[in-house]
Write a protein that binds this ligand. Structure first.
Ligand code: UT7
Length: 325
């Protein structure tokens, strides 16, 4: 059998210069380093500078991914930005990124699946590659959650950070086995009954302003491990692989306790879990490509490694993707 697979050619990321530590946050809200570290594992997060937009973070990550792939912007015929914090209501941030990179061919759009955005984007791009719509894509997760946080709400403002990560994927003919490089399997889910457990209380059609993030953290936490394990188990069934076959587990970085519990449930060796949340917080759609870039740059993820990606977020949306690097 011969099938088209989306193979990762390069990865890159960008974090804004300003770092906010837990100690900094104790000056803004009634919190403590102990509470934040114990409940989440987070010690610091980055914040975009005034005038630095989601598209700027995305472009910096995209340039790094293109350099890592040895490609030029003109080699790209699809730009997808997963974001819940677009520069403007419209057009898509992806078209702004396309323009800033000087790309004038192909097509571009945003994906809105909040923290699951990167997994949704990669899976959607893969389907479009298989349909022959594009040959080389930039798949970017980019967020400026600092702009939608209520900085008086200690239950949310300590959790999130700004950043961007990107991969370049290329359609390549492959044998159709688990040994192929590229996206081997993916599974996406959503259940909109839970939309108001994690949402932003504004928008163009409701209040006319961007609004602020609201979350019932305990409710999200309650569903997270079950939902994440469910989609990963679907991938194990589809591929015949198990937790023991995974070289690197790259989860969405929301909470250390969710990540550890999911890993335990799936029999994944804790030494194989890539963690970035300690220094970055929850960067929503950017967290998986940021973690991928960190683990590729420090030599952990190598060509041929089997990498499991997973995320859950507002909606609820959730999903997992299995990639051979
Ligand atoms: O990325 C998208 C998906 N998002 C997630 O996966 C987030 C999932 N949820 C979580 O990670 C956790 O629920 C949180 C980290 C948000 C909260 O942890 P928790 O263990 O569920 O705490 P809690 O909400 O049950 O709050 C416990 C206590 C409360 O006080 P009382 O009511 O027990 O007196 C809170 O008011 O901790 C208090 N609290 C804080 N205290 C100090 C809440 N936030 C803070 C804070 N500092 N920043």
């Amino acid at each position: 059998m011969s099938i088209l697979r989306s193979v990762v050619r390069g990865v890159g990321s960008y974090l804004p210069a300003e770092v906010l530590t837990n100690a900094d946050l104790t000056k803004i809200v009634d919190t403590s380093d102990e509470w934040i570290v114990e409940r989440t594992g987070i010690r610091a997060r980055h914040r975009a500078a005034p005038g630095e937009f989601t598209s700027d973070l995305a472009v910096a990550a995209a340039r790094a991914a293109l350099a890592n792939a040895g490609l030029e912007p003109s080699d790209i015929d699809l730009v997808v930005v997963a974001t819940a914090t677009p520069d403007h209501t419209f057009p898509s941030t992806a078209t702004e990124v396309q323009a800033k990179l000087g790309i004038t061919r192909g097509f571009a759009y945003d994906i809105q699946a909040v923290c699951s955005g990167f997994v949704y984007a990669l899976t959607t791009v893969d389907a479009q590659m298989k349909a022959g719509l594009a040959k080389r894509a930039l798949v970017i997760g980019a967020e400026t959650f600092s702009r939608i946080l209520d900085w008086t709400d200690r239950t949310t403002c300590v959790l999130f950070g700004d950043g961007a990560g990107a991969v370049v994927v290329e359609a390549q003919w492959s044998a159709g086995t688990n040994d192929d490089h590229g996206l081997l399997a993916a599974h996406l889910r959503a259940d909109g009954r839970f939309w108001d457990k994690l949402y932003v209380d504004g928008g163009p059609s409701t209040t006319g302003v961007a609004g602020h993030l609201r979350m019932e953290g305990r409710e999200v936490f309650k569903h997270a491990v079950t939902n994440l394990a469910e989609v990963i188990e679907v991938l194990f069934e589809q591929t015949g692989l198990t937790g023991a076959d995974i070289d690197w587990f790259v989860p969405h970085q929301a909470n250390r306790r969710i990540i550890d519990a999911t890993g335990r449930k799936l029999g994944i060796d804790p030494a194989k879990i890539v963690l970035t949340l300690e220094r970055q917080g929850n960067t929503s759609a950017a967290s998986i490509p940021l973690a991928l870039d960190a683990a590729v740059r420090d030599g952990r993820i190598k060509r041929g490694d089997l990498v499991m990606l997973e995320a859950m977020g507002g909606g609820f949306t959730w999903g997992a993707a299995l990639v051979r690097w």
